[in-house]
Design a protein around this ligand. Structure first.
Ligand code: ATP
Length: 234
């Protein structure tokens, strides 16, 4: 498997009945980097991620390197290393931590458990705990750990900081950096604009289903539009 392929999204459209959620979005997910997709509630961030993994009907093109992967179902994209960690975590609350982790590896006979425990050492002692009894932050970490069990080359994280206390968000930030430092390309969808842009290389701002602004993440953080509309004018 080639680790150096960019994912390119061209002219992406997503409709839910009459609702045009994503309107001709173009973006590049550069291999090896962290790419942020930020924007307000309902801007189309989640729909864009779902379209990249094949979880929602869309039109337009998704390229992995030169290869169009539009026609591939979700599991085939997972096999190519494109893995979504969904908003709301989507863990199995009544199952144990171990069962949740194994569920993440259903397509992968050789999950890298050492790596998963490297990133989340606390999980080692929690394997038999019912997932629903973990704290919110621990549940988010389990969700990411479960996604890692699929051995992603591209990890798409939908709102990993949602509802978490600042100290837990700091932990998630460290985890995202660690995962990326091991060669996994990360796409970070966040409403927490400052967190997302401060750890990303490149960023896209979505507004009403369109890319309103894109650029180097640090430059976006300093831009007037981002500061006024997304950082409360700080
Ligand atoms: P949030 O952060 O609130 O999830 P978002 O930027 O991720 O927002 P999307 O979830 O992609 O935005 O939603 C974009 C638009 O599509 C919204 O207007 C939303 O109401 C609509 N939408 C999303 N999913 C569906 C669905 N299954 N059926 C109908 N409309 C939907």
């Amino acid at each position: 498997l080639d680790n150096a392929l960019d994912i390119q999204v061209k002219g992406l459209n997503v409709f839910y009945g009459p609702v045009h959620a994503v309107k001709g979005v173009n973006l590049t997910i550069e291999a090896g980097k962290i790419t942020a997709i930020v924007g307000a509630n309902g801007a189309g961030k989640t729909s864009t991620l779902k379209a990249i993994v094949g979880g929602v009907k869309s039109s337009g093109t998704v390229l992995l390197g030169d290869e169009s992967i539009n026609h591939l179902p979700v599991h085939e994209r997972v096999r190519k290393g494109i893995v979504l960690c969904p908003e709301g975590r989507g863990i199995f609350y009544s199952l144990t931590v171990k069962e949740n982790l194994l569920a993440g590896a259903y397509l992968n006979k050789k999950p890298d458990l050492d790596f998963v425990f490297d990133v989340f050492p606390f999980l080692k002692d929690r394997l038999n705990q019912i997932a629903g009894t973990l704290s919110g932050g621990e549940q988010q970490m389990l969700a990411i750990a479960r996604a890692l069990m699929a051995n992603p080359r591209y990890l798409l994280l939908d709102e990993p900081s949602l509802g978490l206390a600042p100290i837990i968000i700091d932990k998630i930030v460290d985890v995202v950096k660690l995962i990326n430092s091991r060669g996994i390309t990360v796409v970070l969808v966040e409403q927490n604009t400052s967190v997302a842009l401060s750890i990303s290389h490149y960023g896209y701002v979505l507004e009403n289903g369109r890319v309103a602004l894109e650029g180097d993440a640090k430059q976006l953080l300093g831009s007037d539009l981002v500061r006024e509309k997304y950082l409360g004018g700080v």
